[in-house]
Design a protein around this ligand. Structure first.
Ligand code: NDP
Ligand code: 2IT
Length: 445
């Protein structure tokens, strides 16, 4: 058995009940065969055995009291996966589906994503099975305070710096930051995605979505093309989806769809982003409301149709894992889609990814395409350390540069390792090499 097959056998045995983690890990390991077959240094150093095991995984009780006075208990997680190249860095997800498998897959992906940014950040992820939907602001605050009352002892500006993800935005970061500060008695950059005026970076809110569009634009430019006139299908209607749509419009494209967990809207004339922001960001309502406001749009229940049936030039899945499956990939290809770029983490299943690649569709994996968010988080950390704040334009320009750099590195790794245009392999290899070098340099730890 090859080194990689041995490692896959280890995780299949040990992490058998963790399907999302196995999916993410196998994809990376498969891409690394080209490297580990050529050079035995990794096997000799037991490097992959170490890389697939989190440095630390913390699971904790989060008790809180709801508005009716009833005690509720959720489960909290923080997986500190790799500190090879910097302090653990990665978001917190609050969603009822959250479990150890999901947090481990996200933490594992984060190692390579953070490496690709070129900035000194390690990989981690956390969250809870708490569902913020339908909760009052006070309930969310009490939950966040309880969550941080345990989490604070495991994190710190030079140790582990969490941020947002699904279900965690400015409101939740605010409540958690307040509680952290109260416990440790220090105003420090322990979370990113903070509010402007208390340590947050301008452009962090926009960064993931903008970065996603920047990397696709970079690819289009290399091919003498651009977003102008392109039809873009987007899933999700949260932070990533909204700002990807905003930048796609700014570059001259039309966004024809958005989704939430209940269904999707198709608006041939172009999704009205102000309406979406009002519905999703301001009022925290369901997307079905959109079709009540825009009578020429069509809302379809999730049980009755798929957003990926809509014809588009570019598809940007920006909701959640495994939301773009083989059938969807076939429909996208049949309808003329030329580019799929992942705003979400692992939204495309492995068989769908392989199908897209086999059809010559440009595929940008999340660990490259959505890295603009965490990269800008790292810029927020730099501003916090230096106790200053950069202008929106300054941060946005740095973000654009970082995304161009990521495109360069995944493109050249794909060529160097004999898979030109396969950005999945390119991203996995380019992300891995820097982390592996750091691990070799630092000895068996
Ligand atoms: P938000 O909570 O702001 O929005 C999530 C969106 O996805 C909502 O429209 C939500 O619908 C939908 N969604 C969530 N879960 C599901 C599900 N199980 N099935 C269908 N739809 C779902 O999160 P973000 O925009 O921040 O995150 C979206 C994706 O981007 C995630 O995969 C996240 O890991 C990834 N990401 C986020 C980054 C960030 O900076 N925020 C950075 C890099 C990646 P509903 O409102 O119904 O819940
Ligand atoms: O998946 C991700 O990269 C994020 N949710 C953002 C992480 C961060 O630390 O900004």
């Amino acid at each position: 058995m090859s080194y990689i097959d041995n490692i896959i056998a280890v995780i299949e045995r040990r992490d058998a009940g963790q399907p999302e983690f196995l999916q993410a890990a196998k994809e990376v390991l498969d891409s690394l065969r080209i490297i580990t077959d050529q050079d035995s240094v990794y096997e000799k150093a037991g490097l992959l055995e170490r890389l697939i095991e989190p440095e630390r995984a913390i699971v904790f009780r989060v008790p809180w009291i709801d508005d009716a006075g009833k005690v509720q208990v959720n489960r909290g997680f923080r997986v500190q996966f790799s500190s090879a190249i910097g302090p653990y860095k990665g978001g917190l997800r609050f969603h009822p589906s959250v479990n150890l498998s999901i947090i481990k897959f996200l933490g594992f992906e984060q190692i390579f994503k953070n490496s690709l940014t070129g900035l000194p950040i390690g990989g981690g992820k956390g969250g809870s099975d708490f569902d913020p939907k339908g909760k009052s602001d006070n309930e969310v605050m009490r939950f966040c305070q309880s969550f941080m009352t345990e989490l604070y002892r495991h994190i710190g500006p030079d140790t582990d710096v969490p941020a947002g993800d699904i279900g965690v935005g400015g409101r939740e970061i605010g409540f958690m930051y307040g509680q952290y500060k109260r416990i440790v008695n220090a105003f420090e950059g322990v979370l990113t995605g903070k509010g402007i005026g208390w340590g947050g970076s301008l452009a962090r809110t926009e960064a993931t979505g903008y970065g996603l569009v920047y990397i696709v634009d970079e690819y289009l430019k290399v091919n003498g093309d651009g977003f102008k006139g392109k039809k873009v299908a987007i899933s999700g209607s949260g932070n990533v989806a909204i700002f990807a749509a905003e930048k796609a419009y700014a570059l001259g494209a039309t966004v024809v769809s958005m989704t939430d967990s209940n269904g999707f809207v198709y608006h041939k004339e172009g999704i009205n982003l102000e309406t979406i922001k009002d519905i999703k960001l301001l009022n925290r309502e369901r997307l079905s409301k959109y079709a009540e406001v825009h009578k020429d749009s069509v809302y379809t229940d999730a049980a009755k149709g798929r957003v990926w049936d809509i014809a588009c030039d570019i598809a940007l899945p920006c909701a959640t894992q495994n939301e773009l499956l083989l059938e969807d990939a076939k429909n996208l290809a049949a309808n003329g889609c030329k580019i799929v770029a992942e705003g979400a983490n692992m939204p495309t299943s492995m068989d769908a990814t392989e199908y897209l690649l086999s059809k010559g569709i440009a595929f940008f994996p999340g660990k490259a395409a959505n890295a603009g968010g965490v990269a800008t988080s790292a810029l927020e950390m730099s501003q916090n350390s230096a106790r200053l704040s950069w202008s929106f334009e300054e941060v946005d320009a740095k973000l654009k540069n970082i995304m161009a750099g990521i495109f360069q590195s995944i493109d050249s790794a794909s060529k160097e390792y004999g898979k030109p245009g396969n950005f999945m392999v390119g991203a996995n290899i380019a992300g891995f090499k820097k982390v592996a070098k750091a691990m070799l340099d630092q000895g068996v730890i």
